[in-house]
Each structure stands twice: as structure tokens, then as C-alpha cells.
Design a protein around this ligand. Structure first.
Ligand code: IDP
Ligand code: MG
Length: 139
């Protein structure tokens, strides 16, 4: 069944000017772009988005990084979107990601790893709603 996931091209991706290269790989993997924008999160917005990680040792570093410059949230559609997207981007740590995945090809470190992908259908819905209103998601 066709469903949705949220990608974010993270601030390292925008700084390196890799938005086009990464989006190409996402499109080549069969995803349709439903909605996309470039925005800069405040620190408190980044803390809200990553609230599930509050208390983890990397939370301060992660939210500082995610608010360090503009990022590009993208609502994506495909069959089996969440699992397929996570396969397309690869493991959190680019050193552990499979060859050919987005993180393996473009990311520098486990923290600055180019792209976010939702981890469940439930979280995809919440995360898409964090960035996009219903009228932006009509497709
Ligand atoms: P995911 O993005 O592959 O789903 P999560 O475990 O949900 O990985 O972690 C969210 C984000 O937090 C990661 O993408 C990465 O940017 C950052 N992160 C996770 N683990 C570490 C770490 O050990 N050191 C630094 N940053 C980390
Ligand atoms: Mg995650």
C-alpha cells in the first residue's frame, strides 16, 4: 500500500549543497515528493521534533546541529515508505551503512548524517504534521 514518510535533508546536506544529489537518489528509489520546503529550525523546535531522544547523551549535540542552519523537510509517498526509505538512507552511522545508501555516499559522521527518516507509520504521521499542514499535503 502506498503510504508516507518524512525525510529531512539536514543542515550538513544544505551546507554542502547536496540537496539535489540526495533528492535524486530518493526519487530514483521510487519516492514521490508530496511536499517540500527549506526552513531553519530554532533550538526549541529541534528539541520538540526530537523529543523522543531527550535524555540521550547526544541530545544537546543533535538539537544544536539541527538548528545550526536551514534544512529541507520532505513528505514522501511510496509503497512501504518507512522501511524502504530507511533502507535507501542506510544505517545511522555512515561507516556502518551499506554501500550505495545515501548516508554511506554523502555523510561524514553518525551525528552529521545528511538525512532523517521516520521510523514507523505512526511517527511518520506525527513528523509530517510537524512541518506540513493538511492543505500542503493534497498531492
Ligand atoms: P536515525 O536517524 O537513523 O533514526 P536515531 O537513533 O533516531 O537515528 O538518532 C537520531 C539522530 O541523532 C541521528 O540521525 C543522528 O543525527 C543523531 N545521533 C544518533 N546517535 C548518535 C550518536 O551516538 N552520536 C551523535 N549523534 C547521534
Ligand atoms: Mg530515528
Amino acid at each position: 500500500m502506498s503510504n508516507r514518510t518524512l525525510a529531512i535533508l539536514k543542515p550538513d546536506c544544505v551546507r554542502k549543497n547536496f540537496q539535489g544529489k540526495v533528492l535524486s537518489k530518493i526519487q530514483e528509489a521510487g519516492f514521490k515528493v508530496l511536499a517540500m520546503k527549506q526552513i531553519r529550525l530554532t533550538k526549541s523546535q529541534a528539541e520538540g521534533f526530537y523529543a523522543v531522544h531527550k535524555g540521550r547523551p547526544f541530545f544537546a549535540e543533535l538539537t544544536a546541529f539541527m538548528s545550526s542552519g536551514p534544512c529541507v523537510p520532505i513528505a514522501l509517498e511510496r509503497n512501504d515508505a518507512v522501511a524502504t526509505f530507511r533502507k535507501t538512507i542506510g544505517a545511522t552511522d555512515p561507516a556502518e551503512a551499506e554501500p550505495g545508501t545515501v548516508r554511506r555516499e554523502f555523510a561524514d559522521s553518525k551525528g552529521e548524517n545528511i538525512v532523517h527518516g521516520s521510523d514507523s507509520d505512526e511517527n511518520a504521521k506525527i513528523e509530517i504534521g510537524f512541518f506540513f499542514s493538511d492543505s500542503e499535503l493534497l498531492g
